[in-house]
Structure formats: C-alpha cells, structure tokens
Design a protein around this ligand. Structure first.
Ligand code: FES
Length: 225
C-alpha cells in the first residue's frame, strides 16, 4: 500500500470565509507572531479552516494566504506537504490507519481489513454514505501501542482485527467510541505484570517494589486488562 501523492485541487469550489468566531480566532493566531512573520501562522490557519470547512480547498488556500500575507503557492507548499490537510472533501469520520513499520509488524493490515469489511472502503476511499474516509498514515507517534489509528483528533490503540471491527461497527451504528488503548491498558503501561521498574533502587535494602496498580501487588485480584 502506498499513499497517493497529494495534488492541488483543480475544480472550482465554493467561496470560503471564516465564520465570525473563527475569524476572531484567526486574528488571535496571527497576532501571536511578530510583524513580518505572519507566514508562521499558515499551519494553524489551515487547521482552523479545515475544521470549519472539512477540507482545504482553493478558496481556503487563497483566504489563508491573504490573511498570512504570503503568496498562495507558499500555502500550497504547506498544504501538500503535511498529511493532516485534506485536499478533497472527506467523510464525516476520517480514519487514518498507521501502516508504518512498527504498526505493520503488529498487524495494521488487519485494521485496514476490518475497515474494508465494515465500511466497504479501501485506503483513499470514502464510503458511499459519506460516513467515513479511510487513509493511511506514516507513524502517528504511538508506536508503543501499535497498531493504531487516528479518528478525528483521537487515537485508538492496541488494535486487532476484532477490536477494530468492534470499533468501526460502533461508529457505523452511532454508538459512543472510547479512545486510547482498546486492550484496556492504561496509556502505555505494560500488558500484564510489570517487567521493568520492579525494584526500588533508592531503598537501602534495594527491596522489591511493586506498583499499587500492578496485578502482582498485595491484594490485587484481577488482571488490569
Ligand atoms: S509506527 Fe504506527 S504509530 Fe509509529
């Protein structure tokens, strides 16, 4: 699988203007940068516009270029470089499955397969009902909980085919989805018992130290998963 190169949209699109609320936010963002450096606001302005519009159209680029005081081509350079900007309309949910090496080794292809089975889409496609767009991403920085997918602003981690299928089915049925580890582990804590930091080197005895949350702790009865 490989991501299709990003290209500048050719079709004319509808005009774009920030809402009054977002216009105020855009001005606040620009004011954070010194005079003559407002080009630095291009990334957050594009993000703000995309949150309002759903994607980065030609009209968005032109509006952002005008606000940041740069040529539109400089905004295109940013928008086509970063994968977080969508250069075409997307579905209501944007599922970005990380297919980079650690996630691939841990089964990212099963996550893609689950999305295909639930929504009937492949990478780069939007479902017929407009509910989801499936994309692939290259390392979203959560390798320790691989494989994972980003949906909107949230991460869903420790996925397997079955967990991803359950997650996507919940999405399809409009049920609440819970981000984070789908295996139930807390953040990046080890699965099962602790394998490191099991002793406290600061004690004179160098005695064994077990975290309260560990299943090996006195009185613990259940596996935290
Ligand atoms: S490789 Fe998937 S999050 Fe890093």
């Amino acid at each position: 699988m490989s991501a299709a190169p990003k290209t500048i949209p050719g079709a004319a699109d509808r005009p774009f203007a920030f809402t009054a609320e977002n216009q105020a936010e855009a001005e606040r963002l620009i004011a954070k940068y010194p005079e003559g450096r407002t080009r630095s606001a291009v990334l957050p302005l594009l993000d703000l516009a995309q949150r309002q519009e759903g994607w980065v159209s030609r009209a968005v680029v032109e509006a952002v270029a005008k606000m940041a005081g740069v040529a539109p081509i400089m905004v295109w350079e940013v928008a086509t470089f970063y994968t977080m900007y969508n250069l075409e309309p997307i579905g209501r949910f944007h599922i970005e499955v990380c297919t980079n090496l650690p996630c691939w080794l841990r089964g990212s292809e099963d996550v893609v397969r689950a999305a295909r089975d639930v929504f009937g889409v492949d990478i780069g496609q939007t479902s017929a009902d407009g509910l989801v767009t499936l994309s692939q991403a290259e390392c979203l920085g959560a390798c320790v909980n691989a494989p994972m997918a980003q949906i909107g602003d949230d991460y869903y981690e420790d996925l397997t085919y079955d967990r991803a299928k359950a997650l996507f089915t919940a999405m399809k049925q409009g049920r609440t989805m819970h981000g984070g580890s789908q295996a139930g582990r807390r953040c990046s804590a080890p699965e099962g018992t602790l394998t490191t930091l099991t002793t406290d080197p600061t004690t004179p005895e160098g005695g064994r130290w077990i975290a309260d949350s560990s299943p090996a702790a006195p009185g613990a009865t259940a596996d935290p998963r």
